[in-house]
Design a binder for this molecule. Structure first.
Ligand code: HDE
Length: 683
């Protein structure tokens, strides 16, 4: 494999991976030793009905390899899905950082991004109420840079020391291993009530952010405060953001739970299909920058990972774009074996003393040693940098590099003291020389002790429906908690955030209501509400409900118009094959009411079928009504209109009834663009 420094960028990782990629089609079957195999169905036996023989090396090799196929799943973020892409900066960031991949707008840096849920195991449903991992590996010319973020900008705890406790509380309870991929249980909420620094992040996980519509429609955050270091050695504090070009959107909780049953792969399928269809997911990279001199200007500590920097106070500067444009060839080799680490940094990016970040800097390599079985995981194709790497590290399980020569130590004279270190000017990484003067102490800074102000800021910033969803989420989660004491502790804790919130869910779970009092914080941050996000119709999926004998002459025109806007339409009917209209128009059916469900779509367009087909209408009505209760856009033309009248949906917001293409299509597209119609009354 090439060990030359990459100069031309974008495909360097793809080219590197291709050297390890194989296609077994049209090849002869062999053993791992390359011996051609003559028979792959029957083990070697002493007689047709006799015992299998030890000398059957083919059987033993095949079975042994199979027996060892599994590796430990990630302790957290086990359920994930990834894709390749590239990143390009819009303008040079020279003023703030010397990181090479952030200098040249012409330069494309290959990336690999893995999205994940946190709590569930590798096979769990993807629509869990949970934070989502958003980990990006930039294969830069100066080495790999990993931005290992989440879709929530804060974390549950302030010190890495507490991470094992948090995860023990959040994972299924150890005595019965229930519930899977859920925080709705006693130990999690007991942890929350007794570790009140979690308040802010819990507000996010109880909000719509924890049930994203798509990996393509969620934000990403580096969470911690990092440092940018420029050529002159000057440091700025920086927080990283990924902003999805399609905006930030969610599903509703009832829908999320149903999706987990109907299609537990919903998020990976969505990402996979978007990339296969050429609808490449895009995210803009944003940075919030605070000069060193302003470290203490804020009413929170900028090193505290339970705090955001409100975007209205510290604007997000958009500096580049990432496009995911290639699916993996093999999930195990790439998605499963990729090893991220917040400590993988390049010159120009450095750490701060955030105690959560400091602990992460230990944990990630440590976990790869057990998960990937030794210290050579950097040699796995997906983890290799695209630039050369040379050092005196040797041996270990699965070593692939064949290091020539007798010298594997430093300093040496036999190899002229090579591999040689580099000066800063030559690109050697130099840690920022922060002045530290302190006592060794196990303690937390006083400046980390306000756990509620930003939780209230989040609450204040929500729209009315978002607030209702948060109250419902608390009511659901605590409704599943068995301990009355834990329930009450949580009510009392969140009364510090807002008594409207705490009283809202206390009522639902039969707990004692805290007395009403005004919120301590009145500030809002509009950027926190998804109501203010970008809304676009592109790649939205519409179920088109149509039966044999449908009578709308303009159906094809309508579908074409929607498709032209980038909206995907899929025909759902009571059987596969084609449905034929009265005017002999034919439509190809993609799903039946059995194989599809309204929860898998963004909107429904009802065309209808023969009026007397009761069975069709019964199933169609159920489908449409469910979409209606999830506040989804619904359109109807032709006989479809009658269905909506009958169910009295026709006058509701987001329901578009049309006569002809001209009047129907633009209104329906607007309704789809709006995503959901919360103002709709649902009984
Ligand atoms: Fe992680 N985290 N984490 N984490 N994390 C892991 O590393 C850990 C934290 C995040 O797709 C593990 O390779 C500690 C914050 C993502 O492969 C492990 C602490 C954020 C992923 C680990 C945190 C994250 C991980 C498990 C508290 C958002 C998946 C498997 C100090 C900024 C990466 C692995 C992927 C994975 C430790 C907190 C994001 C055990 C000790 C905060 C996206 O090393």
């Amino acid at each position: 494999m090439s060990n030359e420094r990459n100069v031309n960028g974008s495909n360097s990782k793809k080219e590197q991976l291709e050297q390890f990629t194989t296609d077994d089609r049209n090849q002869k079957l062999t053993t791992n030793q390359g011996v051609k195999v003559s028979e792959d169905e029957f083990s070697l036996k002493a007689g047709e009905r006799g015992p299998t023989l030890m000398e059957d090396f083919h059987f033993r090799e095949k079975m042994t390899h199979f027996d060892h196929e599994r590796i430990p799943e990630r302790i957290v973020h086990a359920r994930g899905f990834a894709a390749h892409g590239e990143f390009q900066v819009y303008e040079s960031m020279k003023e703030f950082t010397k990181a090479a991949f952030l200098q040249d707008p012409e330069k494309k840096t290959p990336v690999f991004v893995r999205f994940s849920t946190v709590v569930g195991n590798r096979g769990s449903g993807e629509l869990a109420r949970d934070a989502r991992g958003f980990a990006t590996k930039f294969y830069t010319d100066e080495g790999n840079y990993d931005l290992v973020g989440n879709n929530i900008p804060v974390f549950f705890i302030q010190d890495a020391m507490k991470f094992p406790d948090l995860v023990h509380a959040l994972k299924p309870e150890p005595h019965n291993e229930m519930p899977q991929a859920a925080s709705a249980h006693d130990t999690f909420w007991d942890f929350v009530a007794n570790n009140q620094e979690s308040a802010h992040m819990v507000m996010w996980t109880m909000s719509d952010r924890a049930i994203p519509r798509s990996y393509r429609m969620m934000e990403g955050f580096g969470v911690h405060t990092f440092r940018f270091i420029n050529e002159e050695g000057k440091s700025h504090f920086v927080k990283f953001h990924w902003k999805p070009v399609l905006g930030t959107h969610s599903v509703v909780w009832d829908e999320a739970q149903k999706i987990n049953g109907k299609d537990p792969d919903f998020h990976r399928r969505d990402l996979w299909e978007a990339i296969e269809d050429g609808d490449y997911p895009e995210y803009e990279l944003g940075v919030q920058i605070i000069p060193e001199e302003e470290e203490f200007r804020f009413d929170f500590d900028i090193l505290d990972p339970t705090k955001i920097w409100p975007e209205e106070d510290v604007p997000v500067k958009i500096i580049g774009k990432m496009t995911l444009n290639r699916n993996v060839d093999n999930v195990f080799a790439e998605t499963e074996q990729v090893a991220f680490h917040p400590g993988h940094v390049v010159p120009g990016i450095d750490f701060t003393n955030d105690p959560l970040l400091q602990g992460r800097l230990f944990s990630y390599t440590d976990t790869q040693l057990i998960r990937l079985g030794g210290p050579n995981f950097h040699e796995l194709p997906i983890n290799r940098p695209v630039c050369p790497f040379h050092n005196n590290q040797r041996d270990g399980y699965g070593r692939q590099t064949i290091n020539r020569g007798q010298v594997s130590y430093h300093n040496n004279s036999l190899a002229q003291n090579t591999p040689a270190t580099s000066t800063e000017e030559e690109g050697g990484y130099k840690h920022y020389e922060e002045k530290i003067d302190g006592r060794k102490i196990r303690a937390r800074s006083e400046s980390f002790k306000d756990h509620f102000s930003q939780a209230t800021l989040f609450w204040n910033s929500m729209s009315k429906p978002e607030k209702e969803h948060i109250i419902e989420a608390f009511s659901f989660e605590l409704g599943k908690v068995e301990s009355k004491s834990v329930q009450q502790q949580v009510v009392d804790m969140f009364a510090n955030v807002s008594t409207d919130l705490a009283r809202g869910f206390a009522k639902a779970i039969g707990a004692k209501l805290p007395p009403e009092k005004p919120n301590q914080v009145t500030k809002k941050s509009p950027a926190l509400s998804q109501e203010n996000t970008i809304k676009l119709p592109e790649t939205r999926k519409v179920a088109v409900i149509v039966g044999d004998g449908f009578k709308d002459l303009q159906v094809n025109e309508i579908l074409d118009e929607l498709n032209r806007k980038g909206i995907q339409t899929e025909i759902v009917s009571d059987q596969l094959g084609t449905v034929t209209g009265r005017d002999k128009a034919e439509l190809e059916v993609k799903h039946t009411f059995l194989t599809a469900d309204s929860v898998l779509f963004d909107a429904v367009y009802v065309i209808g079928g023969k009026e007397e087909d009761k069975n069709f209408y019964k199933k169609a009505t159920h489908f449409i009504y469910e979409a209606f209760t999830h506040y989804k856009p619904i359109g109807a033309t032709g006989a479809g209109r009658k269905l909506l009248d009958a169910a009295e949906m026709d006058k509701s917001p987001g329901v578009v009834i049309g006569e002809d293409v001209q009047s129907f299509v633009p209104k329906f597209i607007d309704a789809i663009t709006a995503h959901r119609h919360w103002e709709r009354e649902v009984i």
